[in-house]
Design a protein around this ligand. Structure first.
Ligand code: FAD
Length: 399
């Protein structure tokens, strides 16, 4: 494990204390009722963990992504949904705005997050998943506003999030495409419509919904313009998303760590054949493999978090998310196995851990797409995925 400074060790201890006392007892209920844990959010806000990474001049704590990762793992270790809230309140959309936004955008966004909002990032569409740059949502300039039309799906926090960072193809007044941009809109704006909720497998405390834009009007000063402009807009905005990848990987790790610790306690206590099942070598080696994988995943995540300048290195973030998400699937399943039939019961938290861990090889760049990114970097070649890609490199590859 990375050596922590005394402040970092204190931060982690405080996060654990809050997670154990406030969130652990409610985690099963959050899952069962599929309701957003607003009370947990209030406690996170109280602790300064909503907007922990927001600079002090905007009211946050000015924390690093590494420190945020320490907090996130502790939350996810007891409650995956709360872990994900801690990610989106410190990474992803909010960090993109704090890096690229105007003064007005930063003030508005910081204020919302510090008041307890978990922003939503709206990229994926029914016909544009891994091929995100093929999105059809468009923003047409009309005078001093942009008019947005289109449909997103699988948007985390749809219906509970206030701040939305919306990715759209931008067209100027005469209908010429300018590139992909990110627009800020607040829930309640006419034309910003929450569609159907997905019946998701895990992490049921957070809604995943469609978000529909029906002539949504956004003032031009709510376009988040990265330094290289709209032509490289997607690449720059997705670069900010590397922080979210590290955050998501950390939630996967935390869920697996929690399941692992429960399994350790169980194998020492459960007896069969007249002895604790921890004495069977077959199980000892399972436990060893789980410990090895968790340690490797944590180090990879921490390395990626510490590489931030201002965002985590894309290669390190991709590697870390792959190892953390795949480790989480393996370790939660092994932990369930160690519990025997109890692991399969909804009266125990093991099946929830398996369900909760499952999304992380899919969302925020699948393990396959991220492997392509890794391969492209280590080979030092472009790896366009469209058939004519080598003739016409896509924005996704430049990202
Ligand atoms: P597809 O792109 O259709 O992929 C299907 C399969 O093909 C996958 O196995 C994929 O790996 C594989 N594949 C596709 N292309 C290639 C290729 N070139 N090479 C190899 N394999 C390939 N999106 C948002 O914008 N905001 C959110 O808040 C958000 N939250 C999410 C939360 C959850 C729980 C989930 C499950 C998804 C969320 N998403 C969100 C969407 C997510 O980012 C997409 O699901 C993801 O990018 C994959 O897109 P897709 O589902 O359309 O799969």
């Amino acid at each position: 494990e990375m050596k922590l400074s005394s402040e970092q060790a204190k931060l982690r201890a405080a996060a654990r204390e809050l997670a154990e006392s406030e969130f652990a007892p409610k985690a099963a209920e959050v899952d069962r009722t599929e309701s957003y844990p607003f009370n947990n959010v209030a406690a996170l806000k109280e602790a300064g963990f909503m907007g922990y990474t927001i600079p002090k001049e905007y009211g946050g704590r000015g924390g690093s992504f590494f420190e945020a990762a320490l907090i996130i793992e502790e939350m996810a270790r007891v409650c995956g949904a709360t872990g994900r809230i801690a990610v989106e309140a410190n990474m992803g959309a909010i960090s993109a705005v704090m890096q690229y936004g105007t003064e007005k955008q930063k003030r508005m966004s910081a204020e919302l997050v510090l008041a307890g909002d978990k922003p939503a990032i709206c990229i994926t569409e029914p016909e544009a998943g891994s091929a995100a740059t093929e999105m059809a949502t468009r923003a047409d300039r009309r005078g001093g506003i942009y008019v947005i039309n289109g449909k997103k799906h699988w948007i985390t926090g749809g219906g509970v999030s206030k701040l939305h960072l919306i990715f759209a193809r931008v067209f100027d007044q005469s209908g010429v495409e300018q590139g992909i941009g990110g627009f800020l809109a607040v829930a309640g704006t006419p034309g910003l419509i929450v569609g159907k909720r997905e019946p998701a497998m895990g992490l049921r405390g957070i809604p995943e919904t469609e978000i529909i834009f029906n002539d949504l009007e956004i003032a031009e000063d709510m376009l988040v313009l990265p330094p290289r402009g709209l032509r490289r807009g997607f690449a720059d905005l997705i670069n900010a998303y590397n922080s979210q990848r590290v955050g998501a990987g950390t939630v996967a790790l935390g869920i697996a760590q929690g399941a692992f610790e429960r399994a350790l306690a169980f194998v020492k206590e459960r007896e069969q054949f007249g002895r604790p099942i921890a004495e069977f070598q077959g199980l000892q080696w399972m436990v060893a493999d789980m410990a090895i994988a968790l340690n490797a995943a944590r180090l990879s995540l921490h390395q990626a978090a510490l590489s931030a300048d201002p965002f985590p290195d894309p290669l390190l973030a991709a590697q870390a998310k792959i190892i953390a998400s795949e480790t989480a699937n393996a370790v939660t399943n092994q932990a369930l196995q160690l519990f025997g039939a109890r692991g399969y019961s909804r009266d125990y938290p093991m099946e929830r851990a398996v369900r909760d861990a499952r999304m992380f090889t899919i969302a925020g760049g699948t393990a396959q797409v991220l492997r392509t990114l890794v391969a492209s970097r280590v080979l030092g070649i472009k790896a366009p995925q469209t058939r004519d890609g080598y003739g016409k490199p896509t924005a996704a590859i430049r990202a």
